[in-house]
Design a protein around this ligand. Structure first.
Ligand SMILES: C[S@@+](CC[C@H](N)C(=O)[O-])C[C@H]1O[C@@H](n2cnc3c(N)ncnc32)[C@H](O)[C@@H]1O
Length: 322
């Protein structure tokens, strides 16, 4: 009976592709211990709760010799993703920033402290994340600079031309739809304003060539992880959509090789070490090392994000409003 209910819930999630549901019930933070949304506890406000795949170019990657330190290594790579977005946007003290899909607000704390923009407004559809983000911003004393609100990136509750920078750090693939977000981002940016995103897409069309079983499998997983079909774009389509909205100086810089292989290994280590700590009798650290070694040897096409989402591109997207 329980299993029937569980399968029904999973199918419902796959059909709904609803990010609020996904982040409220199914996935918490991708940090040490993999806490579920309801288990996240704020103490100092500085404990990490990132939920991104990480940018692993200049940091130590996880392997079978260091997998005990996966929490620390993962966190470094996740913070690097936020730094990469800030550098791409040339984030500075004068900027008024809109952050769409801020998770538990780790990136806003990092940007506020290290780049000191004039203000950051964050919007997020997941109520639990907004509440935790607000608590953290208050505890860290950043609430004069950072304001976090419940709201959707597809209906931004701000007037035209209010922001210098709009960010979407690994969130736009969830927006219903990404196209609606691009129009809204264009509206709320001032002339000269920059849109910078970290996002997933396909280098070339991978959908039409694949068989029915594969297509159904990708649809199922994208739905369950709240990635609507309308957002399955190729790089070319992405560039065209940005230009059609009115953006100029559009570019997509591929960082897929510095994201997908390393995070695949890191997640194998994080899951294994979490299980080994929770139930030491069930899995040994030696077994985790072996799983990590196997993860490291996978071909690109076997990596988790390709098999689930069929997205072989991970890009930093940059565009300017003329
Ligand atoms: C993969 S998480 C990334 C979180 C954060 N950027 C990080 O790196 O830790 C995606 C985030 O997008 C948010 N989100 C999804 N749809 C949204 C929407 N329409 N408007 C605003 N936020 C949304 C989710 O609630 C979640 O916080």
């Amino acid at each position: 009976m329980f299993n029937v209910m569980q399968v029904a819930r999973q199918l419902k999630s796959a059909v709904l592709a609803d990010p609020e549901r996904f982040y409220s019930n199914e996935t918490g933070a991708w940090v040490t211990g993999l806490p579920k949304p309801q288990d996240i506890q704020v103490v100092t406000g500085r404990e990490p709760f990132w939920i991104n795949l990480g940018y692993w170019r200049d940091v130590e990657r996880v392997d079978e010799t260091n997998c005990e330190r996966v929490g620390e290594l993962f966190m470094d790579a996740q913070a690097q993703m936020a730094h990469l977005l800030a550098r791409t946007a040339r984030l500075s003290e004068h900027d008024s920033v809109l952050d769409c899909g801020f998770g538990y607000a780790d990136q806003d704390i990092l940007w506020a402290e290290e780049y000191r923009p004039a203000r950051i407004i964050g919007i997020n559809v997941t109520p639990n994340q907004v509440r935790i983000g607000q608590e953290r911003v208050k505890l860290t004393g950043l609430d004069t600079v950072v304001r976090l609100e419940l709201g959707s990136a597809t209906r931004i509750p701000y007037g035209s031309g209010e922001f210098d920078v709009a960010f979407a750090l690994e969130s736009a693939m969830h927006f219903r739809t990404r196209g609606d977000f691009l129009r809204e981002a264009f509206r709320v940016l001032r002339p000269g304003g920059r849109l910078v995103m970290a996002d997933m897409c396909q280098k070339t069309d991978r959908e039409s060539g694949s068989g029915l079983r594969r297509r159904l499998r990708h649809r199922y997983w994208r739905g369950r992880m709240a990635f609507p079909e309308a957002n399955v774009w190729t790089t070319q389509r992405y560039l065209t959509e940005l230009r059609e909205v009115g953006f100029q100086k559009v570019r997509l810089e591929s960082i897929a090789s510095d994201v997908y292989p390393a995070v695949n290994t890191a997640l194998a280590a994080l899951r294994g070490m979490t299980a080994a700590e929770r139930k030491p009798g069930d899995i040994t650290v030696a077994k985790v090392r072996e799983d990590v070694r196997r993860a490291r040897q996978m071909e690109f096409e076997q990596l988790q994000w390709l098999t689930l989402f069929n997205c072989d591109e991970y890009a930093i997207v940059h565009a300017e409003k003329p």
